[in-house]
Design a binder for this molecule. Structure first.
Ligand SMILES: [Zn+2]
Length: 162
């Protein structure tokens, strides 16, 4: 009965997978390089916030590309009454955690924060950031935190409920 859903579902996933390969392929970069959008520097095989080296190549970093494309690799859903009644406080904590993680890992950013019928949805450029924010909320306010990695989608889906 539900077989009609299958082909479309599979197609969506393969599109996501191909997009992901695209972001990965762009990981082979000239060095040093600097992102013309956010000034992150790629040098010695990693991204940093170091001062821009002389004669850097200009490019757009994978995080800025994901933000531009609206293509998250982490999705954190915040649900529950506590979330609804403490929205600003919770999102402040989420932003603080982003700042902390981003200071060390320039490609870890929040793409956007959206109010959806089921709760607040935070999408991130990096799967670890979605998890780190969920863990920080869990640590601060308890509740229930779950996450799973959807390998075929290259997407970490996390949920914090409180
Ligand atoms: Zn950038």
């Amino acid at each position: 009965m539900s077989t009609s859903h299958l082909p479309r579902d599979k197609k969506d996933r393969s599109v996501r997978a191909r997009k992901h390969d695209l972001y990965k392929a762009k990981g082979k970069l000239l060095e040093p390089s600097v992102c013309r959008e956010c000034n992150a520097v790629y040098h010695k095989g990693r991204w940093t916030w170091a001062p821009v080296p002389a004669k850097s190549h200009a490019l757009v970093c994978p995080a800025c590309e994901r933000i531009r494309d609206g293509a998250p690799s982490g999705v954190l859903l915040l649900t529950g009454e506590f979330v609804a009644s403490h929205r600003d406080e919770i999102l402040g904590l989420a932003r603080n955690e982003e700042a902390r993680v981003k200071a060390e890992h320039p490609l870890a950013r929040i793409i956007k924060i959206e109010d959806q019928p089921e709760g607040v949805v935070i999408t991130t450029t990096d799967p670890h950031l979605a998890r780190r924010i969920g863990e920080a909320l869990h640590h601060a306010h308890h509740g229930t935190f779950t996450c799973r990695y959807e390998e075929n989608e290259d997407l970490l889906r996390a949920n914090w409920q409180s």
